[in-house]
Design a protein around this ligand. Structure first.
Ligand code: ADP
Ligand code: MG
Length: 460
């Protein structure tokens, strides 16, 4: 039979008259068709052995026997059906068996197609000429081309160079030698979506030979997320290595720094020094102080202290830290505003660690306002959390800076360590189960908000 190319060929209706009680075909009256061929509709009249030929004729008449293109009656249960095209005896049995087998085959095919189509991976089949002949829904989703757009196209549609050449060479080699070194393996390539974006994919190949023709199927998985995770892991491994080095260096330079600083401070007091020498020594003492601070920050980051939380109020701690910065604020022309939204409930926190967080955030705020400004420290209860926010009217952060501030060693400062916010984040998030938020407008200022979960049973 030649494929009928018209859009929708009219169905061929077949009635099967059967004496079996059990269905002759597993699914009856299931229209089935292969692409391009007219569909075949089966109607099985089963278990009709108990009917007399007259009754059977009546049943078929009600179902319009003229509407059937052919009536198969292997057992010759209803001889003579008038004008209806009628096949009986062994021919009918053979046709019936063929039809039922075809129907089951079609069903299996539909199940397979359903599995392939509903798979979340992209499944793409090509022939020896690299033409796409199979393309599932997963592929539509991952690659962006519809089935209609992809079928019949060259594979280069989705595999950009240089991977395309590698792939083509591979197929050519397989066709010539039948030696498959990639079959069954997962390979990483880049694929290209309809919108032109490339993404990393893992592809596993299989090959099928059907009547002398080779078909290659690739199961493609988008591994963008896996790749990102791997990159992050690599990054954290690198950081761990850097951390070890830093701990080592910090340990090595801590004592010499202490000695240099101590001697410098002693010498400053010596009477026989002239002013210039004393000024130089002050600079040494100051720089040593800064280096000591840096070493302490690095040590804190690489070996975070354990937290010892107690139930208490944050207000006294805030007052203490602001007092600590008093001179610093004056020196930098910074006005401090304290906003309180009623009395605060107690929270479970480690005062030493939260002091460190507040110091780091206020230090950053001061550094962001080299020409002075306003620092607002606000406290409030927000849902299940206590919030402390520190707002400055400083330089603010560009989006690409803001996106990285919690990354260890990220700094935009000439003498920064880039560890302050990483430590704050670790303390607030990991050690207190809270979160640290940053909000900033370039040129206008930034707000850093610490959220600490309220203790169970706290009012508010
Ligand atoms: P460091 O202060 O050593 O640079 P931090 O981790 O404390 O390291 O801060 C990282 C970066 O975040 C800073 O270099 C700066 O670019 C940015 N940043 C932090 N706080 C502020 C702020 N209040 N205003 C503007 N930028 C800030
Ligand atoms: Mg800092």
């Amino acid at each position: 039979m030649q494929p009928v190319m018209s859009e929708k060929p009219p169905p061929i209706r077949i009635a099967i008259i059967s004496s079996h009680e059990a269905p002759a075909c597993q699914v009856v009256s299931l229209p089935f068709s292969l692409e391009g061929y007219p569909p075949v509709e089966l109607e099985v009249f089963q278990g009709v052995a108990s009917l007399s030929p007259a009754e059977l004729r009546q049943v078929l008449k009600e179902r319009q026997p003229a509407g059937f293109d052919i009536i198969l009656d292997g057992e010759q249960l209803a001889p003579d059906l008038g004008e209806a095209p009628f096949v009986s005896g062994p021919q009918a049995r053979m046709l019936e068996a063929l039809l039922c087998q075809l129907q089951e085959l079609r069903q299996k095919q539909e199940i397979n197609a359903g599995i392939i189509n509903s798979a979340t991976d992209a499944i793409v089949t090509i022939n020896e000429d690299h033409i796409i002949i199979g393309y599932n829904q997963g592929a539509e989703q991952i690659l962006g081309y519809t089935r209609e757009e992809a079928l019949g196209q060259n594979l280069k549609l989705i595999i950009p160079p240089p991977h395309k050449e590698v792939h083509e060479q591979y197929v050519r080699r397989y066709v010539a030698t039948r030696q498959a070194h990639l079959i069954g393996k997962h390979v990483r390539l880049n694929a290209q979506r309809r919108d032109g974006t490339e993404f990393p994919m893992s592809i596993s190949f299989s090959v099928a030979e059907v009547r002398g023709n080779l078909y290659f199927t690739g199961v493609i998985r988008d591994i963008t997320e896996t790749k990102e995770m791997e990159d992050r892991l690599l990054q954290s491994e690198r950081l761990a290595a850097v951390g070890n080095t830093v701990t080592h260096i910090a340990h090595e330079i801590k004592n010499p720094l202490l000695i240099i600083g101590g001697f410098a401070r002693q010498l400053i007091k010596a009477t026989e020094l002239d002013d210039k020498a004393r000024q130089k020594l002050s600079i040494i003492a100051e720089e040593v102080g800064r280096l000591e601070g840096m070493v302490a920050e690095m040590r804190d980051f690489t070996r975070p202290s354990e937290s010892h939380k107690t139930l208490g109020r944050v207000e006294p701690l805030l007052a203490e830290v602001l007092e600590f910065f008093q001179e610093n604020f004056q020196e930098h022309h910074i006005q401090v505003k304290r906003q309180e939204d009623g009395p605060l409930p107690q929270v479970n926190f480690d005062p030493k660690q939260i002091r460190q967080v507040l110091i780091n955030l206020i230090k950053n705020a001061v550094e962001a306002m080299p020409r002075g400004g306003e620092l607002t420290v606000a406290t409030r209860v927000n849902g299940p959390d206590l919030e402390i926010s520190i707002t400055d009217t400083g330089e603010g952060m560009a989006p690409d800076v803001a996106a990285n501030i919690f990354q260890p060693y990220f700094t935009t400062k000439e003498k920064g360590t880039g560890l302050g916010l990483a430590i704050c984040n670790f303390i607030v998030k990991e050690q207190h189960g809270g979160c640290l938020l940053a909000d900033s407008t370039p040129g206008q200022g930034s707000t850093f908000t610490i959220r600490l979960p309220l203790a169970e049973g706290s009012p508010g």
